[in-house]
Every structure is written in structure tokens, then in C-alpha cells.
Design a protein around this ligand. Structure first.
Ligand code: GLP
Length: 244
């Protein structure tokens, strides 16, 4: 039996508001929370609302620590296509978080396997993730855990699936610039989070349904979330409205 709660709303703005409210409640309840964060278009509105909450004095990030799900191999932190850049731009540079308390896997690590192992140890040494935010890929990937033979327990190096590379190629000038490898938290790393919140737009409705109600299988990595006791899926019926 799936424990996953599904909340369906009409607009992207409503979805972002619900997600931001849950994250805000977590921050207020435990000011030194470890937040697991995600990139992609789904959480952008949520981050914007957290920035506003901080500007209004309702939220204090000074003791918050963050760990991001994933990063492309080969991209520098200052590369606008890197996930470190995305997080700095959308959240970290706009709230009172200490940069040294924000962690994203190092895409330039000389030894990516060693970086992956060190990243996992870091999450553990921080006491684990209190609240993990997730998006979902069209193939059911979470972080960059692509459909595979089995579930990866820990942070690891992954070769990106063709479908993922096609979906994300729009962020790169030439398709050949799209990295082939990434570092990602494993399925085990994600499941060890105490609470999980997954966001998706209308193009994700079908895969979210399979993840919730289909068999638990590494063919649809997000289906493993059925085994976690505290997961909420937020699905919005409309894509984000273009900003004027
Ligand atoms: C990328 C990220 C995933 C994210 C996915 C969905 O592949 N590595 O962590 O969940 O995009 O992105 P979007 O929210 O833009 O649909």
C-alpha cells in the first residue's frame, strides 16, 4: 500500500505556496534544519517565496544547512548551467544563509567517485536530511537516479539517460555540450530523509501516477518513495505563467 499523499492544485503558484509553507514550517520548527534541495523548473516558484519570506523577516536561514541532490560532472560552480549556480542564483544569494553551510556535489572533482563517497559522509555527519525537496523526470528519475537494474544506496556517479539529456539539452547551446555524467544522491540517500516533498507540473501527472500506484521497481526510480512513511506529491494542473 502506498503511503504517498497526493495534493492536486490548479496553478503553479498554488503549488509553490504549499511547498514554501511546508519548508517555512520546517525552518521555524527547527532553525538548524538540514534541507535537501532540488533544481529544475518545478521548485523555482517555491524558492522565490522563501526569498520573500526571508525579506519580510518571517524566515531566518542563518542556521540552516542544505545539501543538493545532484550536479553535472564537468561544470564549474560559476558556470550558469551548473546546479551550484542555479542554487546561488535562485536562493542562496538572496537569503541570509551562510554559503559555507550549502553543499552541492563538486562537478569538477578530479575523482568523482571519491567526491560521491565524501558527499554521502557529509550528509551523514550533518545528521541526515530533515526535509527533502524533489522534482521528477519524465522517466521517473529522482535526482539523477535514472531507470536502472537496481536502486543505488548512496551518492554516486551516473551516466545520464538519453531522455534526460534530450530534456535538459535546451539549457546548452549545442547538444554536444550537454554533460554525459552527473553526481547524484542515491535512492538510499533520498529515502533516509525524514520527510519528502515532490513537485511536478502537468507533464509529470502520468509518471507521478505510475510512481504512486505502479509496482516498486528501479524501472521507475520514484516508485521507491512508496516505501517511505512521509511523502507528499504536489501536482499542479497548469504550467507556470510566464513572468511579464
Ligand atoms: C533535472 C534534475 C532533477 C529534476 C528534473 C525535473 O533532471 N536533475 O532533479 O527533478 O530535472 O525538472 P523540472 O522540474 O524542470 O521538470
Amino acid at each position: 500500500m502506498s503511503h504517498i499523499r497526493l495534493i492536486q492544485v490548479e496553478t503553479y503558484e498554488e503549488m509553490s505556496r504549499l511547498a514554501a509553507d511546508r519548508i517555512s514550517a520546517q525552518i521555524q520548527r527547527k532553525p538548524d534544519s538540514v534541507l535537501g534541495l532540488a533544481t529544475g523548473s518545478s521548485p523555482v516558484g517555491t524558492y522565490q517565496l522563501l526569498v520573500e519570506g526571508c525579506a519580510m523577516g518571517d524566515l531566518d536561514f542563518s542556521k540552516i544547512r542544505t545539501v543538493n541532490l545532484d550536479e553535472y560532472c564537468g561544470l564549474a560552480p560559476e558556470d550558469p548551467r551548473s546546479y551550484r549556480y542555479f542554487m546561488d542564483y535562485h536562493l542562496f544569494n538572496r537569503v541570509n544563509i551562510e554559503k559555507k553551510n550549502t553543499f552541492v556535489p563538486d562537478g569538477l572533482a578530479e575523482d568523482p567517485e571519491a567526491e560521491a563517497a565524501a558527499y554521502e559522509r557529509r550528509i551523514e555527519s550533518m545528521g541526515g536530511v530533515d526535509l527533502q525537496l524533489l522534482g521528477i523526470g519524465h522517466n521517473g528519475h529522482i535526482g539523477f537516479n535514472e531507470p536502472a537494474e537496481g536502486f543505488a544506496p548512496n551518492t554516486h556517479v551516473v551516466e545520464l539517460a538519453k531522455r534526460t539529456r534530450e530534456a535538459n539539452a535546451k539549457f546548452f547551446d549545442r547538444p554536444e555540450d550537454m554533460p554525459r555524467f552527473a553526481l547524484t544522491m542515491g535512492i538510499g540517500s533520498i529515502l533516509r530523509a525524514r520527510k519528502i516533498l515532490l513537485l511536478g507540473g502537468p507533464d509529470k501527472a502520468e509518471i507521478m501516477d505510475r510512481a504512486m500506484h505502479g509496482p516498486v521497481s528501479p524501472d521507475v526510480p520514484a516508485s521507491v518513495l512508496q516505501l517511505h512513511p512521509d511523502v507528499t506529491f504536489l501536482l499542479c494542473a497548469q504550467p507556470p505563467q510566464k513572468r511579464k
